[in-house]
Design a protein. Structure first.
Length: 209
């Protein structure tokens, strides 16, 4: 039986998944964690077959944290279960070693099917993600720059590309306008540009937007 640790910020998600898989013949929800530190504690104490985690788990700042989990716990499969769109983050997550990427809009039955495939040794992702991965694989420089960006930074970048102002993005994401300005400054620095026009142009060249 595959032992699963749910790593999610929201108790209702943990309870809902736990209820669905209660007395399941193939899967056992053996633990849960509400932040990255707690997740690491669980992994050091127990044998976990699958981590079912939200990419926005408290303490996870970038793809590097996911990559570290893959490296440090090679026998544990990571399945991302999140509201962040797969187009935005799945390609880098899969390339980092994540075994599947499932949106929280999916049914629990779909999640169950994905977990089963993962236990069979398969990596589960859509054709959209496959194409994105191929684009990312075109150059090491592109890949390095892409991986520097956090989930939230990529999200802000996409809204900027849609023509939204800082205030609008702040309202959508439920953040302070100054926080969005900070994200924009980080994006400029990470992509080595000095203005919004060049930022969006470079992001398009890297196939991020």
């Amino acid at each position: 039986m595959a032992k699963i640790c749910i790593a999610d910020n929201f108790p209702v998600v943990v309870q809902g998944i736990g209820s669905y898989f209660k007395n399941h013949p193939e899967f056992e929800i053996s633990s849960h964690a509400s932040n990255l530190k707690d997740l690491l504690d669980v992994l050091h104490l127990k044998k976990i077959d699958i981590i079912l985690m939200d990419i926005e788990l408290t303490g996870v700042s970038s793809i590097r944290d996911i990559k570290a989990l893959v490296k440090d716990f090679p026998s544990t499969n990571i399945v991302i279960f999140t509201t962040v769109s797969e187009k935005m983050y799945a390609p880098t997550a899969i390339k980092a070693g994540v075994k599947a990427y499932v949106n929280k809009s999916s049914s629990l039955k779909e999640l169950e099917s994905t977990l089963r495939k993962v236990t069979e040794g398969k990596t589960v992702f859509s054709d959209v993600v496959r194409k994105q991965i191929e684009l990312l694989g075109r150059g090491k420089k592109k890949e390095r720059l892409y991986k520097k960006l956090s989930t939230r930074e990529i999200e802000v970048l996409r809204y900027l590309n849609d023509g939204k102002k800082n205030k609008e993005i702040a309202e959508i994401l439920g953040l302070d306008e100054k926080t969005i300005s900070t994200y924009k400054l980080r994006l400029l620095a990470k992509l080595s540009v000095t203005n919004l026009v060049d930022l969006l142009s470079k992001a398009k060249t890297l196939d991020i937007i």
